[in-house]
Design a protein around this ligand. Structure first.
Ligand SMILES: Nc1ncnc2c1ncn2[C@@H]1O[C@H](COP(=O)(O)OP(=O)(O)O)[C@@H](O)[C@H]1O
Ligand SMILES: [Mg+2]
Length: 436
């Protein structure tokens, strides 16, 4: 089954598209063959309208309605184009994340999440069924609705002691640095995982770079590398209850908005600007990621392994960090992150393991579309009988447009692993057409 994933992240830099061919074996091994990915620039005027509508802006319902339509039309256009560009015209289902405008979190709980980009437009333009609105089912089940990538990370990076594939013993941390950064901590196959947003990824750096240079981001980390970290400012920025809160937790541009940095620095370094400010914000991103993942790893409760193995201490050592997202292109950020990681912890990019760094989120939505179409939950097992998002139960995610019956049979067995197959299928013993 071929699924096209469409997504635009909190950076609002582009609509990402990726298509993958999925084959699910009776052994619970899901083989995913990436067919290709690309991105489509937002029309400049629409991008400006989206950025203007983000928190802390007050927006009227007329604008919300118009954005829902315009973003839906743009996703539809991108989808129709991508079906030809990356999948040779052969796509069975479109899975669209849409554009997040608001992620409603109060204290430790998520209450809602609004992604615009109406699916009716996408179905109309792609002539394919569309699954969209992936986050709210998990929120309704008591979860954060974010980050959703944990299910991909758990299936993909879980270490199988029977066939370790070169994965080190201990924990892998999958790190995606978009506008917001998120981490999933993964141990052995089928062990519970923890996923959470660490806080700002590129969003605060982008806002500052834009003010300083008019460029949308700090290209290749040049400003960050030229500046010096201001320790007093860094301390003030780190003094936020979000960084101290326990995982799982999620956040967005509602908290890390354009007023965040001036508010935090008002009483300590209101004059901080230029490369020194960018260097300080780069350090903030690096330190909150590294400290977050090491703290969460240390606090993994003893129920991490299977019930029969209850006496065993869980793995708490992070042995590798697998980076994706646009922040992986910022060498200054990666260098600062490296500085906070313990010796013996490897830092590698997702593409070194076969997952394109700029398309991981789009491939995630392709995977979620596949799971939802088969009635399989879109979250991974978490600690303490919760899901990776903190939800009380495993929810099948998303809504289907149009609501016609799906042609794919429900899959009832557990999916154990995701194997990225960069070679044509046929090598694996798969009954032909079973899941197509
Ligand atoms: N060459 C680069 N140098 C520095 N930062 C980059 C570079 N390329 C991309 N980025 C960063 O990546 C961001 C886009 O990352 P992306 O993963 O698409 O985030 P999102 O999921 O929020 O859309 C840009 O806004 C920018 O901050
Ligand atoms: Mg993006």
């Amino acid at each position: 089954m071929i699924v096209l994933g469409l997504s635009s992240g909190t950076s609002v830099d582009a609509i990402d598209a990726a298509a993958a061919d999925f084959h699910l074996g009776p052994d619970g091994v899901l083989r995913m063959r990436p067919l290709g990915h690309t991105e489509y620039e937002w029309p400049a005027a629409l991008r400006e309208r989206i950025l203007k509508a983000l928190p802390p802006a007050a927006v009227d319902m007329g604008e919300v309605t118009q954005l829902d339509t315009l973003i839906g039309q743009e996703f539809g256009r991108a989808g129709r184009q991508a079906i030809d560009d990356v999948a040779g015209g052969d796509v069975d289902l479109v899975a669209s994340h849409g554009q997040t405008l608001y992620h409603w979190v109060v204290g430790a709980r998520a209450h809602g999440s609004l992604q615009l980009g109406n699916a009716a437009w996408i179905a109309e333009r792609t002539k394919r069924p569309v699954i969209s609105d992936f986050r709210v089912a998990d929120i309704a089940a008591g979860g954060q609705g974010a980050p959703l990538v944990s299910v991909l990370d758990a299936l993909w990076l879980g270490r199988d002691p029977q066939s370790p594939d070169g994965a080190p013993a201990g924990l892998s941390a999958a790190l995606n640095i978009g506008g917001i950064a998120n981490v999933t901590l993964v141990g052995e196959v089928e062990a519970p995982v923890t996923g959470w947003d660490t806080g700002p990824g590129n969003c605060l750096i982008d806002l500052t770079a834009r003010q300083l240079t008019g460029e949308p981001f700090d290209r290749d980390g040049a400003l960050g590398a030229a500046g010096t970290v201001d320790q007093a400012a860094l301390r003030a920025l780190l003094d936020d209850p979000y960084f101290a809160a326990k995982a799982p937790k999620s956040t967005g541009r509602e908290l890390f908005d354009a007023t965040y940095v001036p508010r935090k620095l008002a009483s300590v370094r209101p004059d901080l600007t230029g490369p020194d400010l960018v260097a300080t914000l780069t350090e903030l991103t690096a330190v909150t990621i590294a400290e977050g993942l090491l703290t969460v790893a240390q606090s993994i409760p003893a129920d991490r392994r299977s019930a029969g193995d209850a006496a065993a201490e869980p793995q708490r050592e992070v042995r590798r960090v697998v980076v994706s997202g646009g922040g992986a292109h910022n060498p200054t950020l990666l260098e600062r992150l490296r500085a906070y990681l313990p010796d013996g912890c490897e830092l590698l990019t997702a593409d070194q393991l076969g997952m394109p760094i700029d398309a991981k989120e789009a491939y995630l939505f392709a995977l979620l579309g596949f799971l939802s179409a088969h009635g399989v939950a879109g979250t991974a097992k978490g600690v303490q009988r919760r899901r990776s998002t903190g939800a009380r139960r495993a929810a099948v995610l998303g809504s289907l447009t149009p609501p016609t019956p799906l042609v794919w049979p429900a899959f009832t067995g557990p999916i154990r692993r995701l194997v990225l197959a960069n070679t044509p299928f046929g090598l694996a013993p798969m009954p032909k057409g079973t899941h197509r």
